[in-house]
Write a protein that binds this ligand. Structure first.
Ligand code: F6R
Length: 601
């Protein structure tokens, strides 16, 4: 949420900052801005509501300087206007600040500054930091920043430049990620590797509470950190021949899921190898309950995961939005295994839930994609998802990896209990086939394009499923609504007759999840109830499922073992949402009002 990039070195800063911002736009895209320190000890600032490209096109020709900061914003304090865009400066424009996070006491500090005669130019919390740094009489920029930060509470990933301290950027981290990139006689600052990975893979990941002073010649951090190499392929941050990152990320699932499973399946003993869990079989046996915590789509996959745990391990399991859990003084049980699931590893609600569990002595593991992220560092152990970078705001491949993470965990939990080796092998073999089967689902794309066009015209849709199919329906509705802006509501198929059937009409299509499982008969009966009210039906099902004389559009996906079917039923819903959104001419990678990684409460 919000992106920061900074540069200091021999090159012109502005083009590097603009390129970095374009690569960070998925983190927030309602406004953007740059500040560059010119040679004569002055700062130039350009900022505007809207996207990065128009800002870059409108940059004055003489926007030169070798030290600078850039920011792309997702509004929290104050609407997306030119004035509220970052960087923020003091009245004399000697200090420029970019900030991710939220200052909780900004209101009080603003009032105090106004009482002292400061004229505030924006509605933001961040602006106070520019004034506080400018008013500090401390000798070094780092000390000025320390003084300013001592007067605020909240969270920050912060970068500051000062006209009186040319060639220097000071950064600070407290609750919002920041990294330094080390180049050859030049340095970079970023909130996300995506912004700088084309320039350097030698990075320093700052910890909470850490500050750093950065100049062309190098950096010093308050903890004396040194840089290390990150193993990433810069091409993973490019959309390549695809029209969007979302499309690229959906289509790479066969390859990424196969990679994730590599070395983790044990066919001989029908179990899995998960070294990162840090739980031996005795400890796994001691688990009496599993509680999954995540937000948004991660929560829906968490529901699928809880189902897997109950089915394979016969341990009571449930999922809850981390954003609710942390606010209700949760009871933390010693023999419950808490599982935090997050693509970014930075979602603040999930992170704070993890911290609350640990504060109360609970054991929590993570299913996290971003290596070294805040949640990954906070948990007692876990399973890395290895999906590679996910840039599109709407999560797709990372969710499939989360599902597989739950399958691996459940299998191991099951095998230390009553799941037989034969059942374990059946599931291991099914897992081995899954990546290819995902490719078979993706091959349905031409059919799904046509179905998506039909759905795109509806103002309102239902997604229905039951038991294993219900979280699939929830995730399908989530994906559809977030990128098409159509109202899509998920419901348990069994609950339709208890109310929502009243809304079914020829204008309200229903996407029904009907796997070939023990509930197929009941599901088909419910479809008749929808059809009887004239509701158009799209049925995501398996070949051979008898839908009788129902007039439906059917999408047949390959069968796995019933426990693992939810993954193959979810993938077509990603494509449906994607093609409905593109048919409507929408920007799928940057849906309105959303941003990747929700790092504010
Ligand atoms: C939906 C989506 C969000 C995220 C949620 C959690 O497509 O992307 O609902 O799933 O914000 O994010 P992570 O997984 O990063 O914790």
């Amino acid at each position: 949420m919000c992106g920061i990039v900074g540069y200091v070195g021999p090159q012109q800063a502005a083009p590097i900052l603009v390129e970095g911002l374009a690569r960070l736009e998925h983190r927030g895209y309602d406004s953007a801005g740059l500040a560059v320190a010119g040679s004569k000890g002055s700062l130039r600032v350009a900022k505007a509501a809207g996207r990065v490209r128009p800002l870059a096109d409108a940059l004055p020709k003489r926007f030169s300087g070798h030290t600078g900061l850039g920011h792309t914003r997702w509004a929290t304090h104050g609407p997306p206007t030119d004035a509220n865009a970052h960087p923020h400066t003091d009245a004399e424009q000697r200090v420029a600040v970019v900030h991710n996070g939220i200052l909780d006491n900004a209101h009080d500090v603003r009032r105090r500054l106004v009482a002292e005669g400061v004229e505030l130019a924006s509605d933001t919390d961040t602006e106070v930091l520019a004034h506080l740094v400018a008013r500090s009489t401390a000798p070094t920029l780092q000390e000025k920043v320390v003084e300013a930060l001592a007067q605020v509470t909240g969270t920050w990933g912060l970068a500051v430049v000062h006209a009186d301290h040319p060639g220097e950027i000071v950064v600070a981290r407290h609750g919002s990620p920041l990294i330094l990139g080390v180049g050859d006689g030049e340095m970079y600052v970023a909130s996300d590797l995506a912004a700088i990975v084309r320039h350097t893979t030698s990075v320093v990941v700052l910890d909470d509470g850490e500050l750093a002073s950065v100049s062309a010649g190098g950096f010093t951090t308050t903890t004396g950190k040194v840089a290390s190499e990150v193993d990433v392929d810069p091409a993973a941050y490019d959309a390549g021949e695809h029209d969007s990152f979302m499309h690229k990320e959906m289509l790479e699932q066969p390859e990424t899921t196969a990679r994730m499973l590599q070395g983790r399946l044990d066919e001989r003993f029908g179990t899995t190898h998960l070294g990162g869990l840090h739980l031996d079989p005795r400890e796994l046996r001691g688990v009496r309950r599993v509680k999954v915590l995540g937000c948004g789509s991660a929560y829906y996959v968490g529901q699928m995961g809880a189902g897997l745990v109950e089915e394979l391990a016969r341990i009571p399991a449930d999922a809850e939005p981390a954003s609710e859990f942390r606010y209700r003084n949760p009871i933390i049980e010693p023999d419950t295994l808490y599982v935090a699931v997050s693509q970014s590893g930075e979602t603040i609600d999930t992170l704070l839930a993890v911290q609350e569990i640990r504060r109360k002595g609970g054991r929590v593991i993570g299913l996290v994609n971003v290596v070294g992220s805040a949640i990954a560092r906070e948990v007692d152990g876990g399973i890395y998802l290895h999906a590679g970078p996910e840039v599109a705001v709407a999560s797709t491949k990372a969710l499939s990896h989360m599902f597989l993470g739950f399958a691996l965990l459940s299998l191991q939990l099951g095998r230390v209990r009553d799941l037989s080796v034969a059942d374990g092998r059946r599931l291991v073999q099914a897992l081995e086939r899954l990546p290819e089967q995902v490719a078979e689902v993706l091959a349905l794309e031409p059919q799904l394009v046509e179905v998506a066009k039909e759905l795109a015209v509806a103002d309102s849709l239902f997604f229905i499923g039951r038991v294993r199919g219900f979280p699939v329906a929830r995730e399908g509705a989530q994906k559809f609504k977030e990128i098409t802006y159509r109202h899509a509501e998920a419901y348990q198929t069994s609950e339709l007759k208890h109310g929502p059937l009243a809304l079914i009409s020829p204008d309200v299509p229903t996407v029904a999840i009907v796997p070939d499982d023990e509930l197929v008969g009941r599901n088909v009966a419910a479809l008749h109830e929808v059809a009887a009210r004239g509701g158009p039906l799209v049925v995501v099902t398996h070949e051979g499922v008898d839908l009788g004389d129902l007039d439906v559009t059917r999408v047949d996906v390959p069968r796995s073992e019933v426990e693992l079917d939810p993954l193959l039923l979810t993938v077509p819903l990603q494509l449906l949402a994607y093609h409905a959104a593109t048919h409507l001419g929408l920007d799928v990678d940057k849906p309105r009002n959303l941003a990747k990684s929700v790092t504010v409460e």
